[in-house]
Design a protein around this ligand. Sequence first.
Ligand SMILES: Nc1nc2c(ncn2[C@@H]2O[C@H](COP(=O)(O)OP(=O)(O)OP(=O)(O)O)[C@@H](O)[C@H]2O)c(=O)[nH]1
Length: 204
Amino acid sequence: MNPEDSLTTLKILLVGNSNVGKSSLLLRFTDDTFLPQEEVSATIGVDFKVKIIDVDGKRYKLTIWDTAGQERFRTLTSSYYRGAQGVILVYDVSNRETFDELENWFTELNTYCTNKDVVKMIVGNKLDKESSRVISRKEGLAFAQKSNTLFIECSAKTREGVKEAFEELVLKIIQTPSLWVKATPRNNLAISPPPKTQEDDSCC
Ligand SMILES: Nc1nc2c(ncn2[C@@H]2O[C@H](COP(=O)(O)OP(=O)(O)OP(=O)(O)O)[C@@H](O)[C@H]2O)c(=O)[nH]1
């Protein structure tokens, strides 16, 4: 058996307006690469990548799904959300419209997400464009707090904050036991135990 098959698999989605940098964040996180503007094309439908990461001393297999921000390229919305444990809502710190439209992304997420405890994170991307920033960190954070989500600013271009965003999201997912559903080859859905804590060690 491939050792990767026994890993806990977590499904994470990237949503947000077109051009905010969802595909770039995914590429930076999985391949540590940033494509020049002329090589970037809009996502059509859905794309996904797999990445193995270690968080809190344990190894996880992430399947990270990237959707098209443009309405005309969006397909299969409900199947995309099904079973997701984490959702990253991305906006561009230099574009107010992408921030204002986060409300619509929340509505879509609340309509289609099957996990009621799904962990949500708001990510303000393009932090490197400091001189054209229109959403302050304070405003982004206030919205995230109001929406009860995690928050981080980052730049797919400079890599600042990207790894931290995914790691923080995964950490929160593993701290949410109701999301611990693991696919195994024999019985399709098995609940895996929550991570061991210090309390466990001291118990009995
Ligand atoms: N300066 C800067 N530009 C970025 C950053 N991230 C992405 N971009 C640029 O923003 C543009 C859009 O990036 P994409 O990753 O294709 O955006 P997307 O959200 O996946 O777009 P859709 O596929 O249409 O939904 C590209 O020209 C990227 O090079 C960043 O952190 N900083």
